[in-house]
Design a protein around this ligand. Structure first.
Ligand SMILES: [Zn+2]
Length: 443
């Protein structure tokens, strides 16, 4: 049983004892995994692999997922979008109105129920939500509407091999906005794009907004949010001066930047988000209209916006790791501080616990490595692998001088600091929002 302080502390911040956390660590790289996110998340006990492209989120990984979800949710709230949830299980009728029941396979899982009726698992929800809105909204006055969900989606990938970047079952945030005029859609679309940049920045990533083709959906260019990573499977062309970026699928062969004439370079990248302007495509396909102010019939205009939550978690690891392990950004890390006791003397544990409780009282989430019979080297290596932003070490050496050793995961030098000062430094240097959500694994 994990000892948490949820009842005593309205802030819901906890100190979790590592000895009580379900954390199956591995010493070796898992076989057959090439991607850093798969290797490090599996070794660090964040995730477990059930089968190709299908993963269990272990308690530590689930905390990361919920932190990312919270960052995204706050962004959606700033856009005045309302959270709801649609079913994954689908029957063909509405999908046949847009022709996608036939075109989405083989990616879309489709099969038969016990009565031999066709059913499928949704990988996107435009049809479902458009059907909902056309049946319930009558007047242009009721628009705009924006709704979003976090949902597990399914995609029948032929050879998923990139860890959480491309799974067969994965968590997505999908947002849909409905408008009565193209101007209104365009304004909201731009606001979502700005919010996406903020969300990715809060996740410690610099997203490059890339124009892409609308695919089979629409002739209006869509936008992708790409993160440069050498392991990425996308390729983007971008200007050195930062004023132009395009998916190499649609980039022309011309070598200078079309905006400024500067040199272009190609980078590998991972797509973490996308935005589509469908305008009246769904209104035409599915006959969805509202009544305008003078009684005229107006098409219901649609845009949709996705962020892959699990993929975002994986991309953070791809972009932010070193040879020793993960380097979580403050807002995504499951714990702000990893507190380690090196040694077996009882006084060390008492001192560490006192320090951990003091941090917790200040609203800082602490993972406390209280394990006994584990070598100092192994504890330090585990801390590097897990990648919490701040590491605090209590050992016989530090204890004797009334100090503890403090080190940021993204810095190489540790320093000896008086314990009271440690709390102040951590409060000052942790850009954390660990207090506003419940992060303890429920027990
Ligand atoms: Zn340029």
């Amino acid at each position: 049983m994990l000892r948490t302080c949820e009842l005593r502390h309205p802030k819901l911040t906890v100190m979790v004892r590592q000895s009580e956390l379900f954390l199956p660590l591995r010493r070796e790289d898992p076989r057959g995994e090439e991607f850093a996110n798969a290797k490090l998340l599996l070794r660090g006990g964040y995730i477990d692999k059930l089968s190709s492209g299908v993963f269990t989120m272990l308690p530590l990984g689930f905390m990361v997922l919920r932190r990312i979800e919270q960052i995204v949710r706050e962004g959606m709230e700033r856009l005045h979008a309302q959270e709801f949830s649609m079913p994954a299980l689908q029957t063909p009728a509405i999908w046949e109105e847009t022709g996608r029941w036939a075109t989405l396979p083989p990616e879309m899982f489709q099969f038969s129920d016990r009565s031999d009726r066709p059913v499928g698992l949704a990988m996107t929800h435009e049809e479902v939500i458009f059907d909902l809105v056309r049946r319930t909204v009558r007047s242009a006055h009721e628009l705009p509407i924006s709704l979003y969900q976090f949902q597990t989606k399914f995609r029948d990938e032929p050879r998923p091999k990139s860890g959480l970047i491309r799974g067969r079952e994965f968590l997505m945030k999908d947002l849909y906005s409905f408008h009565a005029s193209p101007e209104d859609l365009e304004t909201y679309y731009r606001a979502v794009m700005d919010e996406y940049r903020t969300i990715f920045a809060q996740c410690g990533l610099e997203a490059i907004v890339v124009e892409a083709s609308g695919g089979i959906f629409t002739k209006n260019p869509s936008h992708e949010f790409q993160i440069i990573a050498s392991s990425g499977e996308d390729r983007i062309i971008l200007c050195e001066r930062g004023d132009f970026a395009q998916n190499s699928e649609i980039a022309s062969a011309a070598s200078p930047c079309p905006k400024c004439g500067g040199a272009l370079r190609e980078e590998r990248s991972v797509e973490v988000g996308n935005t589509f302007r469908f305008y009246d495509k769904y209104a035409n396909d599915m006959r969805g209209y509202v009544q305008g102010a003078s009684g005229e019939k107006l098409p219901i205009l649609l845009a949709s916006y996705g962020i892959g939550i699990g993929r975002l978690m994986a991309t953070i690891v791809e972009a932010r790791h070193d040879e020793k392990g993960i380097v979580w950004p403050d807002r995504v890390a499951p714990f702000a501080v990893h507190l380690l006791v090196l040694g077996s003397h009882e006084g060390l544990f008492r001192e560490a616990e006192r320090l951990g409780n003091a941090l917790q009282d200040k609203g800082i989430a602490v993972l406390y490595d209280d394990r006994v019979n584990v070598s100092a080297g192994e504890k330090l290596a585990t801390a590097d692998l897990l990648g919490m932003p701040q590491r605090v070490v209590v050992s016989s050496k530090t204890f004797a001088s009334g100090k503890a050793e403090l080190k940021r995961r993204d810095e190489s030098e540790a320093r000896l600091v008086a314990t009271q000062e440690i709390i102040e430094i951590i409060l000052l240097t942790t850009n954390t929002n660990h207090t506003n959500i419940r992060i303890a694994p429920s027990v």
